[in-house]
Write a protein that binds this ligand. Structure first.
Ligand SMILES: [Zn+2]
Length: 430
C-alpha cells in the first residue's frame, strides 16, 4: 500500500452539470493498493487511518488523473507541423503519402514506438487511436501500447475509395482483417478494438455495411470516425450519399452511432444533428488545435453542451499541433472565448474534458478518469521546472482553481515527471 502526498486535483463529478464539484486537495493523499485507488483525501486523514502505508512525499507538484486523448492518429507522428493546408489538401499532399509508408512493417513499428512514447511522455494514459490502413502496422501499434502499458483503443482504418489505391481494402478483406485484430486485441489487458472507417467520404456503402456488421457481431467493440470537419468534405459526402439528408445520417443508416461511438470534430453540425447525437449518446471528440490549424472552423461548443451531446477532447495528431492534452484544453478555452456563441470554460471543466469526459466517451468511466475509490490508479505527476515562469506564477497563487488554470496555461511536457497506469510506471522523467 502506497500513499502519495501532493496537491491533487480531479473531477469525480461532471463540472458542466454541477460547477462546485471540483475536488482540490492542497495537502492531499492518494492511497494506492494493488494498482487501484483506495483513498483520495487530505494527507493527514489518510496517514492516520493507514499508518502502515509507504509514504512518498511529492509536495511541490500536482497529481491529476491520467489524461485521455479521444482522437489521435498513430501514423501521423512524423508529419506534425504541416501548416498552411486545409483538410483535403493536407490529406492528399502530406498525410496519405506518409500513411502509405506504413505498408513497411519495420517503418510502422518504429512509428508505433515513437507514438506510444509521445503519449506517455505527455501524461496521456488512455487514447482512442486511429490505426493504420495496414493490418501489420495496426498490430505493431497494439503491441507497442501493450508493451508500454497504456490503455489504447484502436482499429484498422478502412477505406475503399478516393484515397491512394494502396490504402484501399475490399469490404471482404476489411471484415476479415478487422475480425482477426479484434479477436486478438479487444479486451486483451488494457487494449480494446474500435471499428475505424476513415470517414464516410472514403467508404462505399458496402464498406460501411461491414462496419455495422462488425458492431452487430460484437456489441462491446467501439466505433470511431470523423464528422462535419470541413465544408468541402461535407459537400462531397452529401453528393456521394445522395439518399442521405446529411453527413450524420450516413453513419446512422449503417448503425454506427450510439454510446460506443466517438466522432471527431463536429465543427459544422446543425442543431437538428445535435439533437440526434444527444439522443443516441454519440460522443464528439473536440480537436481545437487541428480545427484551427487546418482552418476547419471554430467548433460550436455551447450548442453541443446546450443539446447535451457528450464531449471529449482529442489532439488529432498530426492535423493537431502535438500530444499535449493540457495544451488542447487551453486551445478549447481560447477558441470558445471568441466563438460566435462564446463560452468560458472553467479550469475544472478543462480538467474534466481532458480526463474523465474522455474515459466516459470510451466507455471506461467506471475504470479511470478520476480518483474515486476502486478505479485504476491512472495518474500524472506534474511538477513545474524550478525557476520557470510557471514556478513563479504558482508560488504567487493561492486559490486551487487559479493554480489549475496556470497549469493549463503554462505546463508542457517538461512538467510531466511521472505517469502511471493502474499503478504501473509508464513514464518517468530522466
Ligand atoms: Zn482525425
Amino acid at each position: 500500500m502506497e500513499l502519495l502526498r501532493s496537491t491533487i486535483f480531479h473531477t469525480p463529478n461532471n463540472p458542466f452539470r454541477s460547477p462546485d464539484t471540483f475536488v482540490a486537495l492542497e495537502d492531499g493523499g492518494l492511497l494506492i493498493t494493488e494498482g487501484r485507488v483506495t483513498g483520495c483525501a487530505d494527507y493527514s486523514t489518510l496517514r492516520t487511518t493507514h499508518p502502515d502505508a509507504v509514504v512518498r512525499d511529492l509536495r511541490g507538484g500536482f497529481i491529476v488523473p491520467g489524461l485521455v486523448d479521444a482522437h489521435v492518429h498513430f501514423p501521423q507522428v512524423r508529419i506534425i507541423g504541416g501548416l498552411g493546408y486545409s483538410l483535403l489538401d493536407w490529406l492528399e499532399q502530406l498525410t496519405l503519402p506518409e500513411e502509405a509508408r506504413l505498408a513497411d512493417v519495420t517503418y510502422a513499428s518504429a512509428i508505433a514506438g515513437e507514438f506510444v512514447n509521445a503519449l506517455a511522455a505527455h501524461g496521456t494514459t488512455t487514447a482512442l487511436v486511429f490505426g493504420s490502413h495496414f493490418a501489420p502496422a495496426t498490430t505493431a501499434l497494439f503491441e507497442a501500447a501493450e508493451k508500454r502499458g497504456l490503455r489504447v483503443f484502436s482499429g484498422l482504418v478502412l477505406s475503399d475509395r478516393l484515397m491512394r489505391p494502396e490504402l484501399h481494402q475490399s469490404p471482404d478483406s476489411a471484415w476479415r482483417e478487422s475480425k482477426a485484430l479484434a479477436e486478438r486485441f479487444h479486451g486483451n489487458g488494457r487494449l480494446g478494438y474500435a471499428v475505424t472507417p476513415r470517414f464516410a467520404l472514403s467508404c462505399s456503402e458496402a464498406m460501411l455495411e461491414v462496419c455495422g456488421a462488425l458492431l452487430r457481431d460484437d456489441a462491446t467493440l467501439r466505433f470511431t470516425s470523423h464528422i462535419n470537419e470541413n465544408p468541402r468534405e461535407i459537400e462531397e459526402v452529401e453528393r456521394l450519399f445522395a439518399g442521405a439528408s446529411d453527413y450524420l445520417e450516413v453513419y446512422e443508416r449503417f448503425g454506427l452511432t450510439g454510446p460506443n461511438s466517438v466522432l471527431a470534430h463536429s465543427v459544422h453540425t446543425t442543431n437538428e444533428q445535435l439533437v440526434r447525437l444527444a439522443t443516441s449518446r454519440t460522443s464528439i471528440a473536440h480537436c481545437p488545435c487541428s480545427n484551427a490549424s487546418l482552418g476547419s472552423g471554430v467548433m460550436p461548443m455551447k450548442r453541443h453542451l446546450d443539446h447535451g451531446v457528450p464531449l471529449a477532447l482529442g489532439t488529432d495528431v498530426g492535423g493537431g499541433t502535438g500530444f499535449g492534452m493540457m495544451k488542447e484544453a487551453l486551445q478549447a478555452y481560447l477558441q470558445q472565448r471568441v466563438a460566435a456563441e462564446p463560452f468560458t470554460l472553467t479550469p475544472a471543466q478543462m480538467l474534466y474534458l481532458a480526463t474523465r469526459a474522455g474515459a466516459e466517451a470510451l466507455g471506461l468511466g467506471n475504470q479511470t478518469g478520476d480518483f474515486t475509490s476502486g478505479k485504476a490508479a491512472d495518474f500524472v505527476y506534474l511538477k513545474p521546472v524550478a525557476g520557470s515562469v510557471l514556478d513563479g506564477v504558482l508560488k504567487h497563487t493561492e486559490a486551487p482553481e487559479r493554480k489549475l488554470a496556470a497549469l493549463f496555461t503554462l505546463a508542457g511536457a517538461e512538467c510531466v515527471r511521472e505517469v502511471r497506469v493502474a499503478g504501473d510506471l509508464v513514464f518517468h522523467a530522466a
